[in-house]
Design a protein around this ligand. Structure first.
Ligand SMILES: [Zn+2]
Length: 173
């Protein structure tokens, strides 16, 4: 999870919502990924998707049944679907996401008996650090938005920073 947090920091340095992911197979890191939908012009570019794609390429197989996914934020519906398609055996996440979490916060797809794959899911690992980096990102962004409101001419060009599909997890605090 420490490595996933490093990936989250890399996302933040690029102005993306700080979420990072790591795929581990037999105790070895096979892939990492960080959230980059804004810069990548790609709504599917969540950290988990990036890490799953890289892991599948690295292992030469779209099925990853011996792999575990570590991610700093509870996976959304899209990522939970990809995790199931990849047959990931275990998912470990840090912060819960009360707005889009698909591991129990909004829905629990991994507990849905009609879906045919059930990864083991563990939440709350290094939760404070995972929540903290999101809170830092959103408080800095709010401060920047406030500064722009106070000085509209100065900040117009910064609007391109845009909104992310991943909301803050502050209510999980
Ligand atoms: Zn996602």
């Amino acid at each position: 999870m420490g490595l996933a947090l490093q990936q989250a920091r890399a996302a933040m340095q690029q102005g993306e919502v700080p979420v990072g992911a790591v795929v581990v197979c037999d105790g070895q890191v096979v892939a990492v990924g960080h959230n980059c939908p804004v810069g990548g012009h790609d709504p599917s570019a969540h950290a988990e998707m990036q890490a799953l794609r890289a892991a599948a390429q690295a292992l030469g197989n779209y099925r990853l049944p011996d792999c575990e996914l570590y991610v700093t934020l509870e996976p959304c519906v899209m990522c939970a679907g990809a995790i199931m398609h990849a047959r990931i055996k275990r998912v470990v996440y840090g912060a819960a996401d009360p707005k889009t979490g698909a591991c129990g916060s909004v829905v629990d797809l991994f507990a849905e008996p009609r879906l045919n794959h059930h990864a083991v899911v563990v939440g709350g690992v290094m939760r404070d650090a995972c929540v903290g980096i999101l809170q830092t990102f959103f408080s800095e962004r709010r401060a920047a938005a406030k500064a722009r409101r106070l000085s509209p001419a100065a900040g117009a060009a910064d609007e391109a920073a845009g909104e992310s599909s991943v909301p803050p997890s502050e209510s999980s605090n």
